[in-house]
Write a protein that binds this ligand. Structure first.
Ligand code: CP
Length: 522
């Protein structure tokens, strides 16, 4: 059984650590044989029924051209899609466009670069369903870089280059990430890609405006990395404990807001290497860069090209070899001898609604106005412990999302604990909620209780917990404007969020973090 074939490479974690190591071992073998002039047919797919669509909706040299050459190595049909002369100009969606292209080949693999984040995750899902409907083999999607999100194939060639420098010793790595860590997707992919090393120390070198987003620093820490932060190369060198591997990035001017772009020159100075720094660099240090470099203001200046610090030229060549292997794994038989652990599909238990013992005999004091509730539903403990204004807002949100435009009363009250408030909504004459309404309430108001009252007694009681994922609601959307699921893109993507921790939900597509309340539109 081939565990790779037909899969997609949307993010670094689309491959398990064992699978990533397998990719590096195969690449090492291919590169060695190629450099020795040996036969490399074993690595070729040799199937011209395979169409590789090169779909770059953003500019590129390395990723695009190395994939074109890698696809040609395999003897595949290569189609280079031109977005500038396509029906995008007639406002066709990306989803419809890819669906058309998919229909023109026996089997297809798409390499996609876009501003829209999470696009490959969406296409894999949507086109996977479509392929099943029409009885075609499922296409594979390779993310060639999506906005500020990820660049998994760059990450794989970077890690391959680091392993090569460390002579395949993956026991430890100490790495400095220098440059635009806020907007750069290649450094964001490091939060997962560096897991192929058993011990990881990362030094982040960037001024405040270009700092790594907190969500990626948190991820690095969750992955057990030791993380240190510095505002400039000057400050980093003064620490006296620099890394043997420096990974530079350019300032991503095209992704910056005007306010930061105006400061670009001074920000760039903090993360650009200069001649004065040379004596402070330890022997054996290597510099890497995903490239391109800015020809006028490079963070790694060209006087370093002919020095032993230059690791970036070899790194960019490695992109050709890693990408041959990636295509061979997803669309060929290259991975058939892999026997390690693969990625486990996530499952989410819908057990966030807990039925608890009802206090049948106990009298209660829920009221509608001044009248006790005899029969009906009472939603209690809404937003318990939050600020008064937030509890009122929460009550309002529940009423609008659940469409509770019916006779009722609601308010903010003292809980049994001193100084702690909670919201209550009483719905007389609503005798029950169906399963969907109960789950909806759980998703809108986790930690509330739902009391069903008959004959002035609580006959059923449910306690809600924060759900592991929130989906299937018209009233939710990702708030990252670059996300493929953001309503402004008019793609047929339904928002979905996965819980990361007690109050952080990550968009299924772009992985942008949201607080529970940010998810909701109303
Ligand atoms: N490193 C990288 O992605 O380069 P291109 O933008 O030229 O593809």
């Amino acid at each position: 059984m081939n565990l790779f074939r037909g899969r997609s490479l949307e993010v670094v974690n689309s491959f398990s650590v064992a699978e990533q190591m397998y990719l590096y071992e195969r690449t090492r073998e291919l590169k060695l044989k190629t450099l020795r002039g040996e036969d490399v047919d074993y690595f070729r797919i040799q199937d011209n029924a395979l169409s590789v669509y090169i779909m770059f909706l953003e500019d590129s040299t390395r990723t695009k051209e190395s994939f074109i050459n890698a696809a040609r190595f395999h003897g595949a049909r290569v189609n280079v899609f031109n977005p500038h002369t396509s029906s995008f100009n007639k406002k066709e969606s990306i989803t419809d466009t890819v669906k058309m292209l998919f229909g023109y080949a026996d089997r297809s693999l798409f390499v996609v670069r876009s501003k829209e984040e999470g696009l490959c995750s969406w296409l894999d899902e949507a086109l996977g369903d479509y392929a099943r409907q029409i009885g075609y083999p499922k296409p594979s999607f390779i993310n060639g870089g999506d906005g500020r999100h990820e660049h998994p194939t760059q990450e794989f060639l970077d890690e391959f280059s680091f392993l090569e420098q460390r002579e395949w010793d993956n026991s430890h790595i100490h790495l400095a990430l220098v440059g635009d860590l806020f907007h750069g997707r290649t450094v964001h992919s490091k939060a997962d890609g560096l897991r192929v090393f058993k011990e990881v120390q990362v030094d982040l070198v960037a001024p405040k405006e270009l700092q790594m987003p907190a969500s990626y620093i948190d991820k690095m820490k969750r992955n057990g990395f030791l993380v240190r932060e510095y505002a400039s190369i000057d400050e980093y060198l003064a620490s006296g404990a620099t890394a043997p591997i420096w990974y530079f990035t350019r300032l991503q001017l095209e992704r910056m807001g005007d306010e930061i772009r105006e400061k670009a020159q001074s920000l760039r100075a903090a993360v650009s290497f200069t001649r004065e720094f040379l004596p402070k660099i330890a022997e054996g240090t290597r510099f890497y860069h995903p490239l391109p470099r800015h020809r006028e203001f490079p963070t790694i200046p060209s006087f370093l090209d002919a020095t032993p610090l230059n690791g970036w030229d070899r790194q960019s060549i490695n992109g050709y070899f890693t990408r041959i292997v990636e295509i061979g794994l997803l669309a060929g038989d290259l991975g058939k001898d892999f026997s390690g652990s693969s990625v486990q599909e996530e499952t989410y238990a819908d057990d966030f609604v807990e039925e608890v013992a009802a206090e049948r005999a106990k009298p209660h004091n829920y009221k509608v106005g001044i009248k006790p509730v005899e029969n009906g539903i009472v939603i209690d403990h809404i937003g318990k412990g939050r600020d008064l204004a937030l509890i009122w807002d929460h009550i309002d949100k529940i009423r609008r999302i659940m469409n509770l435009n019916i006779r009722s009363s609601h308010g903010v009250y003292h809980s049994n604990e001193e100084g702690i408030y909670k919201g209550i909504i009483s719905l007389p004459n609503v005798l029950s909620f169906d399963e969907r309404q109960i789950k909806m309430l759980g998703a809108v108001a986790p930690e509330c209780t739902l009391n069903i009252i008959h004959g002035s007694k609580i006959t059923k009681k449910y306690r809600m917990h924060t759900p592991p994922r929130v989906y299937n609601f018209r009233e939710i959307s990702c708030k990252n404007e670059n996300c493929i699921s953001h309503p402004s893109h008019c793609e047929p993507v339904k928002a979905e969020f996965i819980r990361l921790n007690s109050n952080t939900y990550s968009c299924k597509y772009c992985e942008h973090p949201h607080s529970f309340h940010e998810i909701w539109d109303v």
